[in-house]
Design a protein around this ligand. Structure first.
Ligand SMILES: N[C@@H](CCC(=O)N[C@@H](CS)C(=O)NCC(=O)O)C(=O)O
Length: 222
C-alpha cells in the first residue's frame, strides 16, 4: 500500500490505524503548500484531483480517498486488530461517529477556526454554531474509555482532530471528559508513536517553508 499524508493533518488517523494493525505501507509526505510529495518529489495532483490527504493506494492499485472510507477499508483488511465492528448496528454506530467527526468537528468546527484566511466573522459564527458539538461529545465520553465499546478507527480520527484545538481558541480543559479522553489516547502506543513522528515532520515542514520564504525575499532584493 501507498499512503499519502501531511504532518499532523487528519491523515494522522490513517497512520494510527496502520500502526494498530501492524500493517506495512510506503509513506509519501505531501507538502501542503507546494503539493509535492516526499521523498519522490512528484505532483500530488496526479494522485488526488482535490489535493487532499489522506489517500491510500491499495496493493491492487485502487486509490481510496476520504477518511471514513480509508479507515474502514483498513479495519476490514486487518480484522485481527479489531478496529471496527464487522457488521450490523455496531458497524452503523461506527459510521455514525465517523460522519460526526468528519462533518461536525473536522469540517464544521475546526477547518474555519484553523484557516488563517477565514474572516473573524466566520470564526465567530463557527464558534456560535458548532461549539455545542463539543458538549455533545462530552456527554458521549463521560464514563467511557472510547467512542464505542473498544478502540476503533473512530478514536484514531477523533484524536487527530482534537489535536488541532491547540492552534485555536478552543480549550479542551473546558470539557473534562474530552480532555481526559484526549490525554488517555495520547498514552496509547500507536497514537504516541504516530504523533511524535508527525510532530517532527511538521517541524521540518515549517522550517522548509520558512527557508523558502526567506529565499524568495532575498531573491527579490538582489
Ligand atoms: N473529506 C476529506 C477531507 C480531507 C481534508 O480536508 N484533508 C485536509 C487535511 S486535514 C487537506 O488535505 N487539506 C489540504 C488543502 O485543503 O489543500 C476526508 O475526510 O478525507
Amino acid at each position: 500500500m501507498d499512503f499519502y499524508f501531511s504532518p499532523l493533518a487528519c491523515s494522522l488517523a490513517t497512520r494510527i490505524a496502520l500502526y494498530e494493525a501492524g500493517a506495512s505501507a510506503r509513506f509519501f509526505e505531501v507538502d501542503g503548500k507546494t503539493k509535492r510529495t516526499l521523498p519522490d518529489d512528484a505532483s500530488f495532483w496526479e494522485v488526488s484531483a482535490l489535493g487532499l490527504v489522506p489517500v491510500l493506494r491499495t496493493d491492487s492499485g485502487e486509490l481510496i480517498t476520504e477518511n471514513a472510507a480509508i479507515l474502514q477499508y483498513l479495519a476490514d483488511q486487518f480484522p485481527l486488530a479489531a478496529l471496527a465492528p464487522a457488521s450490523g448496528m455496531a458497524r452503523t454506530r461506527l459510521q455514525e461517529w465517523l460522519c460526526f467527526i468528519g462533518t461536525e468537528l473536522h469540517k464544521g468546527l475546526f477547518v474555519p477556526l484553523l484557516d488563517p484566511s477565514a474572516p473573524a466573522e466566520v470564526k465567530a459564527y463557527t464558534l456560535t454554531k458548532y461549539m455545542g458539538r463539543l458538549d455533545y461529545l462530552e456527554q458521549r465520553l463521560r464514563g467511557r474509555e472510547y467512542v464505542l465499546d473498544g478502540f476503533t478507527v473512530a478514536d484514531a480520527y477523533l484524536v487527530a482532530v482534537l489535536n488541532w484545538s491547540i492552534a485555536t481558541s478552543i480549550k479542551l480543559a473546558d470539557w473534562p471528559a474530552i480532555a481526559a479522553y484526549h490525554k488517555r489516547l495520547h498514552e496509547r502506543p500507536s497514537v504516541a508513536r504516530a504523533f511524535a513522528e508527525e510532530l517532527r515532520l511538521y517541524q521540518q515542514e515549517q522550517a522548509r517553508h520558512s527557508r523558502a520564504a526567506t529565499a524568495a525575499v532575498e531573491s527579490q532584493s538582489v
